[in-house]
Design a protein around this ligand. Structure first.
Ligand code: DI6
Ligand code: FE
Length: 397
């Protein structure tokens, strides 16, 4: 198939949108085999069936590289408590927060978790998302961590979307191990990681490195096991304070360090040297009324690729919109519309270790979005408006 009459934002480099007006894109199965100006279409492709896009904007399909979208229940009541003065950390220490979602997730059936997760997946697909990363971490026991990962895998069988899973056993210390984080890592987290990996349920290993969660020594023990299993790592680092998570992520050659509001210039240098992506999560920044903006200028100066994701979760970021994430990144973090688009495409792909996604180039996977828009800045500019015209997933419209 040839897509013709397209205004293509190829994102072939990070310097600009790589716009081609009156462009054509040749798809062969699930692969892009040619992209360029319509008049330059090679003769060999002239007889293929054509699909006229009416001059619409085409971009790589969007990628949400950090979500916790499989969970039970919701935390609207805690949202209300925070607005009545309680802090996120206070609620967590009182057994709410992540732990209240753990209780609801343990109680939920696999079927109910799947049905609930699909409502969020559908919202993302409706905005042109083609790949979603989904973490475990609301089970914190063997059975429920495995259940969450099975549900994440099932999503791919129910919807035209690709799912990458991350094992996040080191997300919080469950009530039954209160005050005994090391015992939790040894008795539950590491054995569950091995079991989940043996069942083919894990694509990467994540952790929450924070005062209210795990320190760098505890995370390093989980990362050592991940490395032994040949799994890539990533880390929630420097979200609420700086305790060295970003440096640890860099030391382990992590795919990404995520949140990073409290990261320093030295942390940015370490990420650049390691080739680790900074995943920025403006939905959590916004929801938690955070005021510490991630060190965007340091990331720019040192050439750290910045990805953007929803962090879709019931506590700190009840957000299921990549477009709103882009808008928030521009308005709250002063990222440019080009950085925002790279953040949900090329750089998000890199944060997941997917080399063939996120740019419109020959050899890439044919995951594309067609927008009722003339310029790519429109995708970041509007608030609460979805201009998606159609989505092409692995070559299928
Ligand atoms: N950081 C976050 O923002 C989420 N997890 C994490 O490690 C919050 C998860 C939650 O509050 O349920
Ligand atoms: Fe998160």
């Amino acid at each position: 198939m040839i897509l013709t009459n397209a205004h293509v934002a190829t994102l072939q480099s990070d310097k600009d949108f790589g716009l081609i007006s009156d462009g054509s894109i040749v798809l062969e199965g699930s692969t892009i085999v040619w992209v360029g100006a319509g008049h330059a279409l090679p003769d060999e492709f002239r007889n293929l069936p054509q699909h006229d896009l009416g001059g619409r904007l085409v971009t790589p399909a969007l990628i949400d590289c950090h979500t916790h979208l499989v969970f039970g229940g919701n935390r609207a009541v805690e949202f209300e408590q925070r607005l009545n003065g309680a802090s996120y950390e206070e609620i967590a220490k009182a057994g709410g927060g992540i732990i209240s979602t753990v209780t609801a997730t343990r109680a939920a059936s696999e079927k109910a978790l799947l049905a609930d997760a699909l409502t969020r997946v559908d919202a993302l697909i409706a905005e042109g998302v083609s790949v979603i990363e989904i973490k475990s971490g609301y089970g914190l026991d063997r059975e429920t961590e495995l259940k969450m990962l099975r549900v994440a895998r099932l999503i791919e069988t129910q919807r035209p979307i690709e799912v990458r899973t991350s094992f996040l056993g080191a997300h919080a210390v469950p009530a039954e191990y209160m005050g005994k984080p090391n015992a939790y890592i040894d008795d539950v987290c590491i054995p569950t990681l091995r079991a989940a990996h043996a069942q083919g349920l894990v694509d990467a290993v994540d952790g929450f490195c924070e005062g209210i969660a795990f320190d760098t020594v505890q995370i390093a023990r989980v990362f050592d096991v991940a490395k032994g299993l040949g799994l890539p790592v990533k880390l929630h680092a420097e979200q609420l304070s700086n305790i060295g998570g970003t440096q640890l992520a860099a030391k382990y050659g992590a795919l990404s360090a995520d949140h990073v509001e409290y990261a320093t210039e030295a942390d940015a240098r370490a990420l650049a040297a390691a080739g680790t992506v900074a995943v920025l999560l403006p939905g959590a920044f916004y929801t938690l009324h955070e005021t510490q903006v991630p060190p965007i200028d340091a990331f720019r100066t040192h050439g750290v690729p910045m990805a953007l994701a929803t962090d879709c979760n019931p506590g700190s970021s009840p957000l299921a919109s990549s477009l709103l994430t882009m808008n928030m990144a521009c308005t709250l973090f002063r990222m440019t519309p080009l950085e925002a688009l790279l953040g949900v495409t090329a750089h998000a792909a890199r944060a997941l270790g997917l080399a063939d996604r996120g740019r419109v180039t020959s050899g890439a996977c044919a995951d594309l979005c067609v927008w009722n828009a003339a310029h790519p800045a429109e995708l970041s500019y509007r608030i609460g408006f979805n201009p998606l015209h159609s989505r092409i997933f692995k070559g299928t419209l």
